[in-house]
Design a protein around this ligand. Structure first.
Ligand code: FAD
Length: 389
């Protein structure tokens, strides 16, 4: 292990591995430190991702695909189901293997990886981040870098240590719980989304197929809802009602930052990527693909900055992220705030409108338009979604 690298990445999730890989591909030296024993484990994720989200970064490999998704199912509060066919929409992953494959691709690009390496502090000199302090096998070490990339997930502390404002409103921090259960008799190519105040107030409940009749079943509730009733009690009720005898293979809980990106995600010597930067899609709660995108942009910019001996170049990362996804997330966030406040009656009406369209003609675009035509009062809500700042 060297004492100095061009770039150090903290955390080997999807965002960290992509940041490390894209930087290393520029020919600079990169060290990625991961606190857990294994890259990719433990998994805290519903594991759904679009096909495009994967293909941008890694060739599809059956090894880490648990289910192939071609259909979405929306279940209204009154139980009406609307299905939309999408063709090749996406996947439910085996993230344990997927994250591992991403880290391997980083290693192939020349990244050094150290697991069981817990980063507990930063080296800061003259207000510039110059490296990290980490503990490995009971011993403390210091290692210097020209750029540190914080990819340390939703509970990130690295950004805060660097003086960046990483706090988000507690209303936007969703408390999510999920079980992976066996003997779930659902279509293994459909992602199911349930809406309504009894299943997932201000959000949605998911049942995602995991292959061989297994499924990831869970929900996230906002900080406000969680104060009144826990996400776990909604999950227990759902399981009791729908799958009372299903064997539970794993149970997980975690936070999902469903907000817009932090105001500032770079500063001298430091860049933030993935959940640490709050790059999750605030409408869907999906953060795998957007984290990889954030990581790839940060890694590319950091690599260029070092190659060209112009470290201030890393400060262009905020704008580059904003142009690629950050600004879109601001719109999604407004839509989220509108949709998640819909009443159960409104969700039922939308489903009713959708059901009038023949299944072969259904697509998200035309169903949206049909819903508006059948329910003109929705226009007001949609207008609010786009206009309310
Ligand atoms: C219940 C649940 C369901 C979800 N479902 C989906 C879904 O279906 N689809 C989707 O796209 N997204 C989903 N998400 C969100 C998704 O899991 C995250 O957005 C994604 O994992 C973010 O990737 P990341 O690389 O930023 O962080 P992470 O994957 O969290 O990786 C961060 C890494 O940093 C390491 N680390 C942290 N601190 C340190 C430290 N001090 N030193 C060294 N290493 C450290 C961690 O061990 C970890 O390996 C879900 C989240 C939850 C909680």
């Amino acid at each position: 292990m060297k004492k100095q690298y061009d770039i150090i990445v903290v955390g080997a999730g999807p965002a960290g591995s992509m940041a490390a890989r894209y930087a290393a591909e520029k020919g600079v030296s990169v060290l990625m430190l991961e606190k857990d024993r294994d890259v990719g484990y433990p998994v805290r994720c519903g594991e759904a991702i679009s096909k495009a989200g994967v293909e941008e970064f890694i060739p599809i490999d059956e090894k880490w695909i648990a289910a192939t998704i071609s259909r979405f199912g929306f279940v209204a509060p009154n139980g009406n189901e609307v299905f939309i066919n999408f063709g090749d929409a996406g996947f439910v992953l085996e993230r344990r293997l997927f994250d591992y494959a991403l880290a391997q691709s980083a290693a192939e690009a020349g990244v050094e990886i150290l697991t069981r390496a817990y980063v507990y502090g930063l080296i800061i000199e003259d207000d510039i981040v110059k490296g990290v302090k980490y503990e490995y096998r009971g011993e403390q070490h210091e290692v210097y870098a020209k750029v540190v990339i914080a990819a340390d997930g939703v509970e990130s502390r690295v950004g805060r240590w660097a003086g960046l404002k990483t706090h988000i409103d507690f209303r936007d921090m969703e408390a999510a719980v999920q079980v992976t259960a066996a003997n779930i008799p659902i279509d293994q190519n459909t992602l199911y989304f349930y809406f309504g105040k009894d299943v997932a107030p201000n959000g949605y409940f998911w049942v995602f197929p995991k292959g061989n009749n297994k499924a990831n079943i869970g929900l996230g509730v906002s900080g406000i809802t969680g104060k009144k009733r826990s996400a776990l009690s909604y999950l227990n009720d759902f399981m009791e009602k729908h799958y009372p005898n299903a064997p539970i293979l794993t149970s997980i809980a975690g936070g999902v930052p469903c907000s817009i990106t932090l105001d500032k995600i770079s500063a001298p010597g430091i860049m933030l990527v993935g959940d640490a930067a709050r790059q999750v899609n605030p409408l869907s709660g999906g953060g795998i693909a957007s984290g990889m995108i954030g990581g790839s942009i940060a890694g590319t910019i950091a690599g260029d900055a070092i190659k060209n001996n112009n470290l201030t170049h890393i400060l262009t990362y905020d704008k580059a992220w904003g142009d690629r996804l950050g600004k879109r997330h601001e719109i999604f966030n407004r839509i989220k705030n509108g949709i998640y406040n819909f009443s159960d009656e409104k969700f039922n009406l939308i489903a009713q409108s959708f059901l009038k369209v023949p299944e072969e003609k259904r697509g998200l675009g035309n169903l949206f338009v049909t819903a508006l035509m059948n329910q003109p009062s929705l226009l007001v809500d949609v207008a609010k979604v786009f206009l309310v700042k």
